[in-house]
Ligand binder design. Structure first.
Ligand code: CTP
Length: 410
């Protein structure tokens, strides 16, 4: 899958803060994504990182001064500003932010900032007290209202020994912010024009009018996938079991269901128009054979067991009658022999990918805000680290988009 940064001209502005060492990784990631990167480093930045590191990675001489001292070569900030498709200043120190906010054009970086017509991102990094100072906060507010996208600093241990907000965002996060912006600008997402059906949440199987068999699923993973698929340009049909979650997005059509049978009905009604189906719901495997018409009473009714019948397997039913070109993803929640079971489910349910969750992993499973998954395909297995469910959703959608892309170009 191509990064939306491929072929883009990016000016990477580096200023003089300890976080400048992370700019080297950022530069590497931008180049790896296919961007053409011109580094503009302030003289203070070059106290932290050497020009040769930056020029070797960017394949371009680093620009720092208005002139190259020994040759008198003039560097045009106007040309650089116009060349750029986007400019990212990382780290952005309190000093540079103040200069940007007030137009103090006394170095190559700020003059280029003032000259550019391109989108500008800034990743602030400084000590905690400098960050919360009203002057810095005022400058940040000015820059935000000028249209600069600020990539929020993180909290943590700072070079001063203090702990608080001020660490530059991680390079991966900065790249993701740029990629998302270019994706949105292009009017496309990774799933533009696709219809994605998602099952999410638990199902409830009624015993009587007040009781049911259910499970602990909250629907967080499925809803995060729905949000991400919509963000990537898809029309989403979200078939949701009972959850407390809400989704307010015109691109997500939510169909509320209660039981497994209702969920199957909704899936069958919508699946033929969909390109991708993701079965993330925790479907109850069994339902009471009958739902009592009246509430079962403790004293009056001699009630000692519930007769159960097997629920339909929604994913397997959809997998069996899939149309050519449809891409289907199942989940597998396992406590042991995870990989083996996931591979078996890939086959038995006729899926293209299984997202394996192991309840043995800390931070994975129901109710948490994090998840640790392994993406299992017919010929590849990708183990992902523990991440937030939103980040896992991004990875799952990107992996699906990659697979669809590969299939359509085969
Ligand atoms: N699934 C489904 N309908 C069911 C049961 C499961 O659509 N009646 C889907 C789930 O949404 C998930 C996948 O099948 O995508 C695997 O679910 P899981 O509960 O892990 O497996 P089961 O098939 O129920 O098998 P087991 O409980 O024996 O592990």
């Amino acid at each position: 899958m191509n990064s939306p940064l491929k072929g883009k001209n990016i000016v990477l502005g580096i200023t003089g803060g300890i976080a400048a060492y992370k700019s080297v990784v950022l530069l590497r990631l931008l180049v790896k994504a296919g961007a053409d990167v011109q580094v503009i480093a302030t003289p203070a930045a070059l106290e932290f990182v050497r020009p040769v590191t930056l020029s070797a990675l960017s394949h371009r001489p680093v620009v720092s001064e208005f002139f190259t001292a020994n040759t008198g070569e003039w560097h045009s900030h106007v040309d650089l500003g116009l060349w750029a498709d986007a400019m990212v200043i990382a780290p952005a120190t309190a000093c540079t932010l103040a200069k940007m906010a007030t137009g103090v054009a006394d170095n190559m970086l700020v003059t280029s900032y003032l000259s550019t017509r391109a989108k500008v991102f800034a990743a602030p990094a400084m000590d905690f007290d400098m960050m919360i100072h009203p002057t810095t906060q005022r400058n940040l507010a000015t820059l935000a209202s000028d249209g600069v996208t600020l990539i929020d600093a993180e909290s943590g241990e700072l070079a001063s020994g203090l702990t608080g907000k001020g660490r530059m965002a991680e390079p991966e996060e900065i790249v993701a912010a740029l990629e998302n912006w270019f994706l949105q600008e292009s009017g496309k997402g990774l799933l533009a024009g696709k219809c994605v059906l998602i099952t999410a949440g638990p199902t409830r199987e009624r015993i009587d009018p007040v009781r049911y068999i259910g499970n602990f699923s909250t629907g967080k993973m499925g809803y995060a996938i729905a949000r991400e698929a919509a963000r990537q340009g898809a029309h989403v049909v979200l078939v949701s079991g009972p959850t407390a979650l809400k989704i307010d997005n015109p691109d997500v059509e939510v169909i509320h269901v209660e039981s497994a049978r209702e969920m199957l009905g909704a899936v069958e009604n919508h699946i033929s128009g969909c390109d991708v189906a993701i079965f993330s719901a925790a479907v109850a495997d069994y339902a009471p054979r009958q739902c009592a018409e009246h509430k079962i009473k403790r004293e009056k009714d001699t009630f000692s067991s519930i007769e159960l019948e097997r629920n339909p397997d929604i994913a397997a039913t959809a997998g069996k009658s899939r149309k050519p070109g449809q891409f289907m993803v199942g989940f597998a929640l396992e406590t042991d022999n995870g990989l083996e079971n996931a591979k078996a489910k890939l086959k038995s349910k006729n899926m293209d990918m299984i997202v394996l969750n192991s309840l043995a992993d800390k931070g994975a499973g129901f109710g948490t805000d994090t998840n640790k998954v392994t993406l299992v395909g017919p010929s590849s297995t990708t183990e992902l680290p523990l991440k937030s469910k939103n980040e896992v959703a991004t990875d799952i959608i990107a992996a699906i988009a990659r697979e669809i892309d590969t299939e359509s170009t085969m």
